[in-house]
Ligand binder design. Structure first.
Ligand code: SF4
Length: 591
């Protein structure tokens, strides 16, 4: 009887790795750089197709297209924004830097994506002058994550927020939003921008209502606050201009109404004054402020759903259509634009949400909060949302706004920030690998080799959070043994597999040890991780460094008794010099 063979779906040939291992490749679409499908998931039937239009279709009215297709600005025009430079064919220093950080893109590709409106480089001129390291957000690049912080009226202060900023940067936040609503907002924002290497975003309406009621907000106060924050160096603003009066009746039957702070404040303003959203009315003037400093729009979704029950409803989708209109108008002003998205969305609706935004907003980068895929796990919403965020990134989001375990419950503290950032790095990275973004799987493959070689030092070095990985390992065994405490020596399948296939298990020079290596003493951070687990007493934690070494006989100059390689190093090198058949383990013909 023959073994059935299964045809694998045709995919993009997985350029996310250098072809290591036996996997057949990503099932995502083949990459189409320079087009709306740069890195994209195959469509479930019925999904909206990308918009046929880009930012090139929404040029300033006084620009002219020449016979050769290039665009020409009016006499005396001085480009300011990255979008304007790209429209004129210029590769800026920031585009060069972005290409350095995204090695699969050239500076010209970055310029072209910015010009099409599918990529933004949030880089306020003021922040650029004070230490910002430019990055990009867009489908052609790797998926980015944002960490929110900010003092609240009941908790935290400027120093604590700056400390959280550094902490978020350390664990991989690509941008940070200062959402302060309490304390000295101005000083906190100033300090965060000054200390940040990553772009900083804010929701300016929060500072607009300090010292006044929302009903008292007027046009002048809006424009003054925006100008002030732009002058401070904020790189992107969330502005909830898409919530319109005519959308508000759609909210009535929702279970949880409006959950966006900006959205609810502006709804109250509209109801009080009986007027249209003043941010919408002021849009052209707001664009002019944004352009002067090259502050990027993050057009807010004030009607995002606050529970699964309200997802993808009429209110949310009506607002999304308005966000498309605002995008077109901002592009005409030369401003960079990204769009904010939901929130709480059942898993099956995520793809539709991502692809509808791509259509209605002509490919402007989508920046989504989560989304949470279930509502019944408060305390674990970094997990419920990171599941949704992975699907969102795979289906079209360009940046994921993290959620911490404190979501819906309180202001995140330092460790919550770390948990949120790491959960979202997992989501972003998983999607990038699945989409086949070149090189993104290389580190996974290197870690797999270190794991196969049972090289714990290399394992920790490649881990995203080496502190936790080492602390957990050393809690039980603090020496580079041929197994770990999870299964023990006799049941360690990796050890047994290594004995069977020295070559295939990665016993290459860079991974093999001559002698067992004893872990360095626990660092303060690693000790804190174990203390938090509460499994060991502090005294036991301090004793950790010596216990396994003695038990395994891994003294200086001696191989630990558990380090049971069956092949000598010479034999292993001999094996490595041949190509082996992965099934028979015999040298291949001509190997
Ligand atoms: S003991 Fe078990 S968990 Fe640990 S390395 Fe071996 S197979 Fe993996």
């Amino acid at each position: 009887m023959s073994t059935p063979r299964y045809e694998l779906p045709r995919g993009g040939a997985n350029p996310s790795s250098r072809g290591q291992g036996t996997t057949p490749g990503s099932f995502a679409n083949a990459p189409e750089l320079g087009r709306p499908h740069a890195f994209s998931s195959p469509d479930t039937p019925g999904m909206p197709q990308p918009s046929p239009r880009t930012a090139w279709d929404f040029m300033p009215r006084d620009w002219r297209q020449q016979a050769d297709g290039r665009w020409c600005a009016p006499e005396g025009f001085v480009p300011i924004t990255q979008l304007e430079h790209s429209r004129l064919g210029t590769v800026t220093a920031e585009m060069e830097r972005v290409a350095e950080r995204e090695p699969h893109l050239t500076p010209e590709m970055v310029r072209d994506e910015v010009a099409a409106g599918r990529m933004v480089i949030p880089a306020n001129k003021v922040h650029l002058a004070s230490g910002l390291d430019p990055m990009c957000i867009g489908r052609a690049s790797t998926t980015k994550i944002n960490a929110n912080m900010g003092a609240s009226p009941v908790s935290s202060g400027t120093d604590a927020e700056v400390e959280k900023l550094h902490w978020a940067e350390r664990w991989g936040a690509d941008t940070v939003m200062d959402l302060s609503t309490g304390g000295d907002l101005d000083a906190t924002r100033e300090a965060i921008v000054k200390n940040a290497r990553v772009p900083i975003g804010t929701v300016p309406i929060y500072s607009m209502i300090i010292g006044r009621r929302i009903e008292e907000l007027d046009e002048r106060a809006v424009l003054e606050a925006l100008e002030h924050q732009a002058r401070q160096g904020v790189d992107y603003f969330t502005i909830h201009a898409g919530v319109l009066r005519e959308h508000l009746p759609f909210v009535r039957s929702r279970l949880i109404g409006i959950v966006s702070r900006g959205g609810s404040l502006l709804a109250k303003w509209m109801l009080h004054h009986g007027r249209q959203n003043l941010m919408y009315q002021l849009w052209d003037e707001i664009c002019e402020v944004m352009r002067r400093y090259d502050v990027t729009f993050s057009i807010g979704d004030g009607l995002r759903p606050g529970g699964l029950s309200d997802a993808t409803d009429r209110a949310q989708l009506a607002e999304l259509e308005t966000l498309g209109e605002l995008t077109e108008r901002a592009w005409r002003h030369g401003c960079q634009v990204m769009i904010e998205g939901p929130g709480h969305v059942p898993f099956d609706q995520i793809e539709f949400n991502m692809k509808l935004e791509r259509r209605l907003c002509h490919g402007a980068p989508f920046y989504v909060l989560g989304p949470l895929v279930t509502d019944i796990f408060p305390g674990y919403d970094h997990i419920t949302s990171c599941i949704g965020a992975t699907a969102a990134a795979y289906h079209g989001a360009s940046m994921l706004c993290y959620v911490t375990p404190k979501e819906h419950l309180g202001l995140p503290k330092k460790d919550d920030v770390k948990q949120g950032v790491i959960a979202y790095k997992i989501a972003a990275h998983a999607a990038d690998v699945a989409l086949g973004i070149p090189g993104t799987r290389d580190r996974d493959d290197e870690l797999t080799k270190a794991r196969a070689a049972l090289n714990w030092e290399k394992h920790f070095e490649l881990a995203w959070d080496p502190d936790t990985a080492r602390a957990y390992h050393d809690e039980d065994l603090d020496v580079d043994t041929d197994f770990c405490a999870m299964c023990g020596h006799d049941w360690c399948s990796v050890r047994i597999s290594k004995e069977i296939t020295e070559f295939l298990s990665g016993k290459e020079e860079a991974y093999a040890w001559d002698l067992p290596v004893v872990s360095a003493a626990l660092s303060d951070d690693q000790r804190a991780i174990l203390e938090k687990r509460g499994v060991l007493t502090p005294e036991e934690i301090h004793r950790l460094a010596g216990k396994t070494r003695r038990a395994m006989g891994a003294g200086r100059g001696h191989r630990a008794s558990c380090h049971s390689d069956v092949a000598s190093d010479d034999q292993a090198h001999e094996l490595q010099s041949h190509e082996l058949d992965p099934v028979t383990l015999e040298p291949l013909a001509g190997g």
